[in-house]
Design a protein around this ligand. Structure first.
Ligand code: FAD
Length: 429
């Protein structure tokens, strides 16, 4: 029979051992607060470790105003967190943990060794040494009627009371790493408003023919220029890289514009992305190259020789135009410069790099405490904001963890029943 036992922790409970929860644990413990950290998986920081596979893009070196603009409609709220803990603070923090960082050619910031594991290992060791108590394999299931935190563990159920709680449970992407969005129901039941979780920094499905998918899945398009209409209907373009997949298209350039594409699909049931398959070649030059006599060459060979279009680019052209390519060189050039790809839906959130939606900021005060549940704070990716890749995700997770931890400190100092000193009590927007 699984056991069930109740306990009270002397200080705060942090639920979720990602960057947001860990930085909060560090701050609270440094202030002398007793910290018990509960984590569903057998170890903490699994998504942080996976981010290390891509070199661990910790943050970005661009100026503050440009940085906060990356958070779109949430830039006002996120800028408040970043004023407390910004990109430089994050780099200083890493240095404090013995990890130097450098600015890559794109302005992105990485640890010198491009790895997450040494940073995470040292961080967790120092947290343990400082007295943070880790409780792994503790899956938070919600609150009991009497307000205790309810966990499922291999040994049975456990109920825990704390003076204050931080929920830092992550989004719903890559659920195999621990964050699965199962927290939505208990939060909603507690009266904490949650915007629907959606994929961000994700790929999209397109209606490829079986032949094209079989032949070109995995093929990169680099460089390519993407044309799309943003949320205001304004034409936008971006040069970058993407990859054809068996079901559609993904890659860094797609992730960068994914929010616009997702919203357009949501609104209109589908959207069109236009690919410039011959970036760097003007349409007029392309048309005159294509107008050169073809001789005995096949159409494919002519395209390859005169316009450099072959492989996946030729495949995309056939997908859009069928076998009957425009005979007129100008029309063909125009198609190559603006090849329509119909996008049907984003890939599921489980495959996305990050999650949009989450706990509505309006449900929290400026210290990130839930208005409906005093003493419960929320931080990290489970909050309702989104940003492109580039280090913006981790930076906002750290910054919100810092703000929530300081809010918890103020809450504890105030005796756990007053508006935290750092907050105004007003809802956050
Ligand atoms: C492949 C990949 C690469 C990435 N690369 C980068 C990058 O280079 N730069 C960047 O800025 N961002 C990157 N990200 C995003 C970044 O890793 C996340 O935004 C960040 O880790 C979120 O931090 P968090 O603390 O909010 O949540 P998480 O890191 O998701 O941590 C939440 C923790 O809570 C635990 N948990 C969840 N539910 C429960 C529960 N019910 N009970 C107890 N514990 C629970 C989870 O197991 C997890 O350990 C990447 C993401 C992915 C998937």
């Amino acid at each position: 029979m699984p056991e069930s036992h109740d306990s009270a922790v002397p200080g705060v409970a942090i639920v979720g051992g990602g960057p947001a929860g860990l930085i909060a644990a560090e701050i609270l413990r440094a202030a002398g607060v007793e910290v018990d950290l509960f984590e569903a998986k057998g170890s903490v920081g699994r998504k942080f470790l996976i981010a290390g596979k891509g070199g661990l893009n910790l943050t970005h070196s661009e100026p503050f105003d440009a940085f906060v603009a990356r958070y779109g409609t949430r830039s006002g709220a996120v800028s408040r967190w970043l004023r407390r803990f910004d990109a430089d603070a994050l780099r200083d923090w890493a240095r404090g943990h013995g990890v130097k960082t450098f600015v890559g050619s794109s302005g992105r910031v990485f640890p010198a060794d491009l790895k997450a594991a040494p940073l995470l290992r040292g961080w967790v060791r120092r947290l343990r040494e400082s007295g943070v108590r880790f409780h792994v394999q503790h899956r938070w299931l919600g609150w009991d009627d009497d307000g205790a935190l309810h966990f499922g563990t291999p040994q049975g159920e456990r109920r825990v009371r704390a003076r204050a709680t931080l929920l830092a449970l992550g989004g719903a992407s890559w659920p195999q790493l621990g964050s699965d969005g199962a927290w939505v129901a208990p939060l909603q039941q507690a009266g904490i408003a949650v915007a629907p979780l959606q994929p961000a920094n994700c790929g999209f499905d397109a209606d490829w023919s079986a032949h094209f998918a079989q032949r070109h899945a995995g093929a990169p398009l680099k460089p390519v220029v993407l044309h799309w209409n943003d949320a205001h209907g304004t034409a936008q373009q971006l040069q970058g890289e993407c990859v054809i997949t068996a079901t559609g298209i993904e890659g860094s350039a797609i992730y960068a514009i994914a929010a616009d594409l997702r919203e357009a699909i949501h609104r209109d049931g589908g959207t069109t992305l236009w690919l410039d398959l011959a970036p760097g070649r003007e349409a007029t030059r392309l048309a005159s190259d294509l107008a050169r006599p073809r001789g005995k060459r096949s159409a494919s060979e002519h395209l390859r020789r005169s316009a450099g279009i072959d492989g996946v680019r030729a495949g995309l052209l056939r997908e859009a135009a069928g076998t009957a390519l425009p005979g007129d060189p100008q029309a063909l050039a125009a198609l190559l410069k603006r090849l329509p790809v119909r996008l049907l839906r984003p890939r599921p959130v489980a495959e996305a790099i990050s999650t949009a939606g989450g706990v509505r900021l309006e449900a929290l005060d400026h210290a990130l405490m839930a208005q409906a549940r005093p003493g419960v704070f929320v931080a990290g990716e489970m909050l309702d904001w989104e940003a492109p890749t580039g280090g913006y995700l981790l930076t906002a997770c750290f910054a919100s963890g810092v703000v929530a931890a300081e809010g918890m400190l103020a809450w504890l100092v105030a005796g756990g029943n007053a508006t935290p000193a750092s907050g105004t009590g007003a809802a956050m927007r």
